[in-house]
Design a protein around this ligand. Structure first.
Ligand code: RIB
Length: 311
């Protein structure tokens, strides 16, 4: 099994459940409130840990109550934490999340310590990072850090001849330079993100193909387009493959994309074919939306295997 490294964010999610989202200027009464560990990076790492991957996380928490607690959460879920820094004088990242009855969510992130994951910190952890084979990035740490780290990983692939697979989840979506896209093996946007990256509104499969081709032209090797309840697509120059998602009872879609990426990376770590990897990823993501919270809802490998048998 290949080793996996997640370089990204760790947040504390403050989650309010509401019947419907308030309109601008409106006050509404919510249904309940919970605090969970979250952050797109840590969600991917914890999901991988629960699946049984060899996984480590690189990132920063604040020197506060939540930061110290977070290390134990990662370790309890089988995630190595030697690459986690504790930043003095800064809070752990926070996400303010509203979840509607439909399961849809809205998120505001305050980066805190995630904003301090700089190039110097990455250089300090580079030996740990380069021991791994598969690398997951998202965009909740500074973009120049992501660019630097991905380039270093690909330079090492060239000099060592050992394959290093880079998976970029462009979330939250911002414009990305072609220079970076050329170093990315798999980019995994959802429909909103693909629209921000390419300017193409996603309404059907033709749009997905057209938008994905723009990203391929800009240098990405493979586009894995996530389409929520409709499943996911693999788009390469000579391949267009759709894996539908199974129907489930949706409770909370928070971190569905993160669990998808974890499932995808886990399959690749076991040298599975791409088609099988996105089917497995769909199963992990589908299970994750059937319960509340980000990491709380991530399934174990046994739950995923049992689910696939019934599907
Ligand atoms: O992808 C879901 C995550 O986005 C949440 O856990 C929240 O922390 C934000 O980073």
């Amino acid at each position: 099994m290949k080793n996996i490294c997640v370089i990204g964010s760790l947040n504390i999610d403050l989650v309010a459940t509401v019947e419907r989202f308030p309109k601008p200027g409106e006050t509404i009464t919510g249904k309940d409130f919970s605090t969970f560990t979250g952050g797109k990076g840590a969600n991917q790492a914890v999901a991988l840990g629960r699946l049984g991957a060899n996984v480590e996380m690189i990132g920063k928490v604040g020197d506060d109550f939540y930061g110290r607690k977070y290390l134990k959460v990662l370790e309890d879920n089988g995630v190595k934490t030697r690459g986690i820094g504790i930043e003095a004088g800064v809070s752990t990242g926070v996400a303010l999340i509203e979840v509607e009855s439909s399961g849809n969510n809205r998120i505001v992130v305050i980066p805190g310590a995630n904003g301090k994951v700089d190039i110097e910190f990455i250089n300090d952890k580079m030996n740990y990072i380069l021991e791994n084979d598969i690398f997951l990035f998202q965009l909740e740490i500074p973009l120049d850090t992501v660019e630097y780290c991905i380039k270093k990983i690909k330079e090492t692939q060239q000099t060592s001849g050992r394959e290093k697979i880079v998976i970029l989840d462009p979330a939250p979506a911002i414009q990305i330079k072609d220079e970076l896209l050329k170093c990315v093996d798999y980019i995994t946007p959802n429909e909103t993100e693909i629209e921000i990256l390419t300017g193409i509104k996603i309404t059907n499969q033709d749009n997905i193909k057209k938008a994905a081709y723009i990203l391929l032209d800009r240098g990405v090797k493979t586009v894995i387009a996530k389409a929520g309840g409709k499943g996911a697509y693999i788009v390469e120059r000579n391949k267009f493959f759709h894996a539908p998602a199974p129907k489930v009872n949706v409770v909370d879609t928070t971190a569905a994309g993160d669990s998808f990426n974890a499932g995808f990376a886990f399959s690749l770590s076991q040298d599975k074919e791409l088609e099988e990897a996105i089917r497995f990823a769909n199963a992990v993501a589908s299970l994750s939306v059937t319960a509340k919270g980000a990491q709380e809802a991530m399934p174990t490998i046994k739950q995923v295997q049992d689910f696939i048998k019934t599907w």
